[in-house]
Ligand binder design. Sequence first.
Ligand code: D5M
Ligand code: FE
Ligand code: ZN
Length: 493
Amino acid sequence: MYDNIITKFIDANILLNDTAYQKIKTYEDSFKLSKSIIEDLAPSHEDLLILTGEIIDQYIESDKTDLNIPTVENHVQKNKSPPQSKLVSSLPFDFQVLKDASRKSYTNGEIKDFSAYFGSRYHKLKDILQRKKELKSPQTMREAENMQDLVKVIGMVNDVRTTKNNHKLFEIEDETGIANVLVHKDNQSLFEKAEMVVKDEVLGVVGSRKGSLLIASQLINPGIPRIDEKSMDFSTVFLSDTHIGSSTFLEDAFLNFIKWINGDHGDKEQEKIANDVRYLIVAGDIVDGIGVYPNQDKELVIKDIYEQYEEAARLFGEIDGVQIIIAPGNHDASRLAEPQPSIPEEYAKDLYNLKNVAFVSNPALISLEDINVLIYHGRSFDDFAMTVKGMSHQESDIIMRELLEKRHLAPIYGERTPLASEFEDHLVIEDVPDVFHTGHVHINAYKKYKGIHLINSGTFQSQTEFQKIYNIIPTCAQVPVLNQGSMKLLKFT
Ligand code: D5M
Ligand code: FE
Ligand code: ZN
């Protein structure tokens, strides 16, 4: 497997054959060994060196520099200093974008007829719901009007209310009509479920009719199946909300992070993790942007959006041998309405010029080797934290769990999360991911739910004046790393 060791040797003009690489990698302190080989050998040879397993054995035994090492000059055609970028870009990263809304979003975000947008949402989720045995052959709202028992319908929630006797009352709708659904407060387990119901989600209701009301006995989410965990022989780093350009961006901590990912920071265990890192995902708010909230400019050290991305390119450009994937957030220079297309090239030329950086939309579904990662910045968390009992910015994993069960990243329409009403709803979670990566709340969270890793990657920004008002206490410079399948949280403060 190619990784940081190889990149370090390439930088020093040294190629490793497979056995040499295996020997170095399995050596108990592979970083120290690599460092000393490079320091000893690179300066005394001008040509591209090729190290074999035998040479590594000799080096370890003798620790001498006078070894008989073949160079590219006498083996293959001479190429004194191959451009590094060529070698790096040929690293076999197995990274694919499975779903990206940037190219599919073909309206400017507004269509007059909302029915196309909500129709797309309804039908995608109805398809999932109908596969459940409790909801096989559901009735339409119109058919259900004339039924007494065993009513089963699938509807979109128009309205959520608590009655004066503290029962829950929903109005749900399909293309044929509406139904008023009552959840009795004494039905405790169902009532708890009813408290999670939000406007504009699509759900199934099973119950019986009493006058004009449908008395629910079951509320059914589209749901998410338990998945088998796949093995991972590499590491992925999750970042978000660096907010470069803000005076509260924690640059020193971020520089430590860069040193770590390049193999030059941290203890042995951390160096070992760094060595396995192949991918780095940024789930939005890479820069602080401009004019995002009132008086934001007072907290900016870089007041120009182009320069903020130049600074981001300078910092991320130092990261070696890792495929970087960047999605936008609400502070980035993309359209604000979700799905947000990827950060436009015109704003971030220097970042686009980095060979190891790819840009995706928010949300996006990507695969790393065969691990599928759903990336979503997390703007809809604000709506959940404000409206659903028991939900907060502090525990975004609970919100992530509900989003998966509802199979929608931002069901609530028309509140804090701007949604583009297009012909297709791209925020429906159609595929079950292995990893669900979010940001936005600036507070780390992690939970394994039904085999899926739910990760919120925190922030590199200290508390802002805006966050003081909302009493949001960020967890800063703590970076989650999925290290060969297990979660590690590395601190860089
Ligand atoms: O979000 C930074 C933090 O502020 C994060 O915890 C969410 C919270 N936030 C952002 N906007 C709102 C609104 N409108 N209401 C409540 N809480 C909010 P950032 O996107 O980095 O500014
Ligand atoms: Fe943010
Ligand atoms: Zn944000």
